[in-house]
Write a protein that binds this ligand. Sequence first.
Ligand code: KG4
Ligand code: ZN
Length: 358
Amino acid sequence: MATVLAIETSCDETAAAVVKKRHILSNVVSSQILTHQPFGGVVPEVASRQHVETINATVAAAVAQSGLSWAEIDGIASTCAPGLMGSLLVGLTTAKTLAMLYDKPFLGVHHLEGHIYASYLERPDLEPPFLCLLVSGGHTSLIVVKDCGIYEIVGQTRDDAVGEAFDKVARLMGLGYPGGPAIDRAAQAGNPLAFPLPEGNISLPEGGYHPYDTSFSGLKTAVLRLIESLEAKSIPLPVADLAASFQHTIAKSLTRRTVRCALNYGLQTVAIGGGVAANSGLRSHLSAAAQVQGLQVIFPKLALCTDNAAMVACAAAAHLQLGHRSSLGLGAQSRLAISDVMALYKQDKITLPLALSA
Ligand code: KG4
Ligand code: ZN
């Protein structure tokens, strides 16, 4: 059973964890939220500098809390794509250095594959095929999980990611950063049917709508126009009702597409991944709809939904068990489709000593 130490620094969390196959031995996250809050969003250069400051202590804590010695760790992994280049490089360089130092296999991990593997941590008996709704700050996709490393994207947003929409609308409403949790909190006291908002249907040239794709930029613009018209009439912003209506519209849109997709593809299980999976409106809406259709829905616990290294370690452990390795020459990539994830493991013939002697 593969035991992996993994590092995650693709955005604004410095994280390290040790996972034995699908069981967490340690999971340490050093959050940068307070650092970026005054700027209203993640500042890439500030994020990479803070990763540099905290990475060593974070890794040391993860190894210490696992109770394992280095000899008991089978592989060392790091998120290598997609994400902020400077941030990714901190984790990637640290992982490669440790792999060389302790003579362990090194694995680069796709961040979104990590989010998918959060569901394996939640349900260690989960087996593919299943449908994953991946909803984060940078992505909104419906992915058919066929096997480890084999993914088919069947639906996605045509513009803003859903987390991005939450963050932008929160800013318009003066709720601060990060916007998702702020809207979720405000929505608790509001009426979800107070303001009808557009769900983001994508029209097809032949008529009708795309069954799974969506768009969130129109929804964001509709909220902006609503705020402008209320302000023009000097009506105080009904924050709770607006937050609840926005959240409800998103929950409805994602639920409709996810359930339709699972049924059309004949998949009984739906796993949710990414930071927006923490959203209470989405959780209750999707759970209720899935129950009606007899689908099983897996919502990982909140700490596994937002960025963490345990999910990355779990994905790496699965690849390691299949004999996959990455080259120490593997670079960071700001963009990489999840359908291309196996490209990370094709270069295992190139080792650093060979590259150096070339
Ligand atoms: O997966 P994640 O931690 O980082 C990325 O890979 O992007 O997702 C971050 C996103 C942010 O946009 C944040 O506002 C959103 O997840 N988020 C939420 C909630 N908690 C975090 N969105 C809605 N409701 C929440 N409770
Ligand atoms: Zn993420």
